[in-house]
Design a protein around this ligand. Structure first.
Ligand SMILES: [Zn+2]
Length: 276
């Protein structure tokens, strides 16, 4: 295959060979012009894992790394992101106390951090529920998020957060408290009004304007790869497709493209984005 002229990075995608299209979806991304992707671990329940301690998460993470290896064989560069899903706390609290659920989530993050230390993953993932929860669950979720911020700081890695929509401005204070630079806290499915690093859905209306303002952001599909939810969010080709549309319509220069898909990615995650 001819090597691509510019990088196209999906900042948040899931590939699931069991419940979805698996490697075929990754190949779609590649054929559409994609070069690099951040493969995010799926919630434990989607793999049939019901953790009661941190080590139970290793099955989820090992599976994610195996998928990463399969995707690399297609020629794509893969950066694994491991962690817990904020909705897990609600599920766990059905079979244990909230304090225990909080402990399992934190231990799952500890487990993910060991993969970062070993160089097997580049970033952590955490957050807090994006749906209405009790004040107790909300406080417990913020405790999990604070733990994730501390772990990311300790391991000098980025943290992707999945949280309620809106700016999440209070997370800035939590990041300062944890000694992690705010630009390394990535608001997944973000909006331009966040003081955190915005990872924007590829079709976001604000992209042309943000490009003109030379604002830092990255692009994601949040493709779930679940055959039972084919229309959920957008497809695996969306980041390359929208990037190429912006380029061909003159709203993104090749220089802008390198700024978004390589330079900003490198700065946020501390990885190297190279074309092969
Ligand atoms: Zn996701």
């Amino acid at each position: 295959m001819r090597s691509p002229a510019y990088p196209i990075t999906d900042d948040h995608i899931h590939i699931d060979p069991i419940n979805g299209r698996g490697i075929e979806a990754a190949k779609d991304f590649l054929r559409a012009g994609g070069t690099h992707l951040f493969l995010v671990s799926k919630p434990s329940w989607s793999l049939g894992v019901h953790p009661s301690c941190g080590a139970d998460y290793s099955r989820v993470f090992d599976e994610t790394l195996q998928i990463a290896e399969m995707i690399r064989e297609t020629g794509l560069e893969v950066f694994p992101v491991l962690g817990v899903h904020p909705a897990e706390i609600t599920r766990f609290a059905e079979r244990m106390t909230l304090a225990e659920a909080t402990g399992v989530m934190k231990a799952g993050l500890d487990c993910a951090a060991t993969y970062v230390r070993e160089g097997k993953a580049v970033a952590l993932k955490s957050g807090r529920p994006h749906y209405e929860v009790s004040s107790e669950v909300s406080a417990a979720s913020n405790e999990v998020l604070a733990h994730a911020l501390h772990l990311a700081a300790e391991n000098s890695c980025a943290l992707q957060i999945h949280a309620e929509s809106g700016p999440c401005a209070d997370v800035v204070e939590m990041a300062v408290e944890a000694h992690i630079p705010v630009e390394r806290v990535v608001k997944h499915y973000g909006s331009p009004d966040t003081p955190l690093h915005p990872s924007l859905i590829a079709k976001h209306d604000a992209l042309p304007q943000l490009i003109r303002e030379h604002r830092r952001f990255t692009m994601e599909s949040d493709y779930m790869d679940e055959n039972s939810r084919p229309g959920a969010v957008i497809g695996p080709k969306s980041v390359p497709r929208y990037t190429n549309q912006l380029i061909s319509s003159g709203q993104m220069t090749i220089e802008d493209c390198f700024f978004i898909h390589a330079e900003t990615i490198e700065r946020v995650y501390g990885v190297t984005v190279q074309l092969r």
